[in-house]
Design a binder for this molecule. Structure first.
Ligand SMILES: Cc1ncc(COP(=O)(O)O)c(C=O)c1O
Length: 382
């Protein structure tokens, strides 16, 4: 059978490989999958149940329910002073993953050079590659806390460079940026006339300073496609609901792909998302407080047992270096799960520069983390 050359070349997600391994094993502590260990707050689940009871079972507008788009617009205005028109600048998608795919396909022309940070979320490279582009990696390391620099972005630009992807707080490194740092990026974006795709899905889980959306920086609103969703902060991964905000021309074209593929996001998820924005803030803060507590614990402990770990500014991941163990990332993860039943993700799942690291999600109870640290330290002694 003939398979498309580009599809054939794309490797399956390295995270899923480990997830599948864990499913078949008993007594495993999984720090593998990047989703909250909390169940969706009750008020949001209740809203979903009521919606079904009340007969909300139909399609919605392709762009998503106007009530939800208005709620998102009001939320972004209230929280960040961001102004998006709910009529034509906000698109509701099936998770922010769909939004990323749509924006890749909407903005890519052949020959474009797309700048993607590295290590980074597993979908960025394949989705741009499938859209016909050849992404260019901007590599970061633990030595500068996994931060991109404006000089690095500038140096990577040539006449074919059209798009910069940024993600903060980031998966898998947890790195985030202050407003001052982001301003430097925006100057390069302006100088090089780049469109910025800004994946801010972990924005509410920023621990050390206030989160600044890229679109709020001077001149950036018209140059940015802002992606967000409900999966992480509201513990709603299974609802599959996200959104994209941006200039109306880009949203218009993204919606064309969306209407032929997804039609619309699930109406039940849209109803639940509305409830999340109206009444979910307190639950978000409670979960954030718990993640912060776990962050302090796991960063200190990993460093103590000899795995150099940068303290993440946000999200719920640590990305310790395992170089001094002599293992490759893959062998470290495979041996750790086989010998001590702790699941982590090899850094290479996030691109080649993830070699020498593993990702651990601290979206797991403090008791689990304590047991995991015990098992990892025993593993290291052997
Ligand atoms: C950086 C980043 N962006 C997007 C997503 C996808 O989120 P969603 O559930 O909204 O599709 C994830 C999920 O792990 C992520 O880490």
């Amino acid at each position: 059978m003939k398979i498309s050359k580009r599809v054939e070349k794309v490797a399956p997600s390295g995270i899923r490989v480990f997830f599948d391994l864990v499913l078949g094993m008993k007594d495993v502590i999984s720090l593998g999958v990047g989703e909250p260990d909390f169940v969706t707050p009750w008020g949001i689940r209740e809203k979903a149940i009521y919606s079904l009871e009340q007969g909300y079972t139909s399609y919605t507008s392709n762009m998503g329910m106007i009530e939800l788009r208005r709620e998102i617009a009001a939320f972004l205005k209230r929280r960040h002073g961001l102004d998006y028109n709910p009529e034509d600048e906000i698109l509701i998608t099936v998770g922010s993953s769909e939004a990323f795919d749509l924006v890749c396909r909407t903005l890519t022309n052949s020959g474009y050079k797309i700048l993607v940070p590295q290590p980074s979320y597993v979908s960025y490279y394949p989705l741009f590659y499938l859209a016909g582009a050849n992404p260019h990696y901007l590599t970061t390391t633990i030595d500068n806390g996994f931060k991109l620099t404006p000089q690095q972005i500038d140096k990577a630009c040539d006449k074919n460079t059209k798009i910069l992807v940024i993600n903060y707080p980031a998966n898998p490194t947890g790195v985030s940026y202050t407003k001052k740092e982001l301003l430097e990026f925006s100057k390069i974006a302006k100088k090089r006339n780049l469109i910025v795709i800004s994946d801010e899905i972990y924005d509410e889980l920023t621990y050390d300073f206030n989160h600044t959306p890229f679109a709020t920086l001077p001149g950036m609103r018209e140059k940015t496609v802002y992606l967000n969703g409900f999966s992480k902060a509201y513990a709603m991964t299974g609802f599959r609901i996200g959104y994209a905000c941006g200039p109306k021309e880009i949203i218009y074209h993204m919606n064309k792909i969306h209407q032929y593929t997804m039609l619309c996001a699930s109406i039940i998820a849209q109803m639940a998302a509305m409830e999340a924005l109206k009444n979910g803030a307190k639950s978000v803060l409670q979960m954030k407080k718990e993640y912060r507590r776990r962050r302090e614990y796991i960063v200190d402990e990993l460093n103590r047992i000899g795995l150099r770990t940068h303290k993440p500014e946000g999200a719920f991941y640590v990305f310790p270096s395992i170089r001094n163990t002599g293992y490759s990332s893959m062998d470290f993860a495979l041996n750790l799960i086989r010998k001590k039943k702790v699941a982590v993700v090899p850094g290479t799942a996030f691109g080649p520069s993830g070699e020498g690291y593993v990702r651990m999600a601290f979206a797991s109870s403090l008791d689990n983390l304590k047991e995991a640290i015990l098992r990892i330290s025993e593993f290291l002694k052997r």
